[in-house]
Ligand binder design. Sequence first.
Ligand code: HEC
Ligand code: CU
Length: 330
Amino acid sequence: MLGIGVVASILGIAAGLLIDWFPVAASEEAKPIDTLWDVLIIASVPVFVGVSVVVLFSVVKFRMRPGEEELDGPPIHGNTKLEVVWTAIPAILLVGLCTYAFIVLTDVEKAQANTMEVRVVGEQFAWTFFYPGEDGKEISATELHLPIDRPVKFTLQAKDVLHDFWIPAFRMKKDAVPGINVTYRVTPNRLGEYPIVCAELCGLGHATMRATAVVQTEADFASWLEEAAKPPAPPAGGGGGDNGKGLFTSNGCGGCHTLADAGTNATVGPNLDEVLAGKDEAFIKTSIEDPSAEIANGYSDTMPKDYGQRLGADGVDALAKYLSEVTKEG
Ligand code: HEC
Ligand SMILES: [Cu+2]
């Protein structure tokens, strides 16, 4: 048993360490976190293998043979030494690993000088990012841009239900919870574009709740931010530009609907290019404010009901106008 256990553990650990589980590492935090992962693999594979080997061995060796149906094993009393050992080993392992994980976590969450703050707002089914701008006005964007090697502190918020802000390349990940601010820190250290995903099931469009993180040089970031600061601030509660397309993409419509002009191709709700051709603004307005009033054929009543409230009358008007214009041709 010991021989099998040792060989299986070595194979398991080798496989665990050789397989490239994670995407490319693009933050300072990734290194200690990946090392933590490797240590956990090394510690847990022998435990798993040890338990499996004993179970399999016992199943084979002590199985019931024909004629033994009525037999019972001998009455056994506790074995104090054995019990002390099997309580002490897991306890030491757990306390050790928890201490190590705690140290890594406090280390990567340490506050650092020159930290940039970004407010991240999740809603069904889109992310919006807010940067502090001049005179207290925030600059909003639907793509996350970050300067390389500068620490960032994200403040996560949710407008409707639980979401989870995750950039796998940075390794860190936390839930965005309605009503409270959740924060975490990372320092991006590799140029490039990395996917952002929602990692908390948040509704039908969950899988489409994606965005991109762009890590760029300090200079590129500065000019991007200057550009992003230009359009007027979004209407309260709307999130997004005051143009129809901005409203469409920043309110998660694209998570459920196909609309060529906005470059979305989801199929949870009707294809708007098709169903809105020839429909007037009033119809579209009603469809947004009161989706249950008339349910499109073959679809269920799953469109969120609070867009009227979230977007405000002006927002709905702008969105309806935009949709009627871009779907005219069919
Ligand atoms: C969770 C998925 C989901 C989201 C998000 C969503 N919709 Fe819908 N939408 C649907 C479904 C499903 C229907 C069909 C059922 C119905 O008519 O209510 C629909 C219907 C519609 C219709 C009516 C189509 C017709 O032929 O009657 C319009 C217009 C529309 N949506 C626009 C929007 C806009 C604009 C947004 C963003 C502000 C949006 N939707 C967000 C799922 C969604
Ligand atoms: Cu989500």
